[in-house]
Design a protein around this ligand. Structure first.
Ligand code: NAP
Length: 245
């Protein structure tokens, strides 16, 4: 039986690239985003279905506990198993700490961090009963090293690293692994918003002197979801072209 992967925030960017890659690996795909409009602007679902796997869209705001519970139940009913969870949905609302309003801080924590609790709690229960599962979280180099103007974002991503290790320890005995990837600067709608000055400053720090592509994140996620990664858990894999050295 084909495995099923649920990928949050998968209408575009890194999430869409992960969906396509896991579909190429033979998995059925449960897409998620806030609403259907997000999927009307692209052909990612058609591309996945053309690979011969099953795919369906489940709309939910992953920062909302109840919506996650309902979505996980619906995915389980539709596909029978949930074998891979990729906690990918994320936002930025950048600004210097001194000028950041409280709501701007809270919103990023809710969407980036609380969502990981919401989704992992409900999918984790399914995986524990199955005695198998792979959970892969999208952290960031901002969570590892900090980044000026991103106190909310870096806090959310650092928290995800702690959550990854905790989930790995809580679910490991049930054959459920939990790992994180920490991308650097990847070409997506999220980073297209940055100013030319910000982009040039990032490029100067990257050993490989280029930005990453969403497919380069998807490849590592594919490995972590594969049988080859069966004894890898609680780890953070940086995918940054060497931003930290
Ligand atoms: P993106 O292009 O902005 O895609 C993120 C997707 O998540 C969007 O479709 C977004 O919808 C959706 N989303 C936002 N809030 C949501 C919610 N509450 N519920 C469900 N879906 C929601 O971002 P990306 O660059 O592909 O990033 C994907 C992940 O990688 C994020 O966790 C990000 O922090 C991480 N990451 C990215 C980079 C990078 O350089 N791009 C670097 C490090 C880490 P909306 O358009 O409505 O917001």
């Amino acid at each position: 039986m084909a495995k099923t992967a649920i990928i949050t925030g998968s209408s575009r960017g890194i999430g869409a690239a992960i969906a396509l890659r896991l579909a190429k690996d033979g998995m059925n795909i449960a897409f998620n985003d806030l609403n259907m409009t997000m999927f009307e602007n692209n052909d990612i679902v058609d591309k996945v279905k053309a690979l011969g796997v099953e795919a369906e869209i489940f709309c939910a705001d992953v920062s909302k506990f109840d919506q996650c519970e309902a979505m996980v139940k619906a995915v389980k009913e539709r596909f029978g198993t949930i074998d891979v969870l990729v906690n990918n949905a994320g936002i930025t609302r950048d600004g210097l700490m001194a000028r950041m309003p409280e709501e701007q801080y809270d919103m990023v924590i809710a969407v980036n961090q609380k969502s990981v609790f919401n989704m992992t709690k409900f999918v984790g229960n399914v995986m524990m009963r199955q005695r198998s599962g792979r959970i892969i979280n999208l952290a960031s180099v901002a969570g590892l090293y900090g980044n000026p103007g991103q106190i909310n974002y870096s806090a959310s991503k650092a928290a995800i690293i702690g959550m990854t290790k905790t989930v790995a320890k809580e679910l490991g005995a049930r054959n459920v692994t939990c790992n994180a990837v920490a991308p650097g600067f990847i070409h997506t709608p999220m980073t297209d918003k940055l100013t030319e000055e910000q982009k040039a400053a990032m490029l100067a720090q990257i050993a490989m002197k280029r930005y990453g592509e969403p497919e380069e994140i998807a490849g590592v996620v594919s490995f972590l979801a594969s049988d080859d990664a069966s004894y890898v858990t609680g780890q953070v894999i940086e995918i940054s072209g060497g931003i930290s050295m």
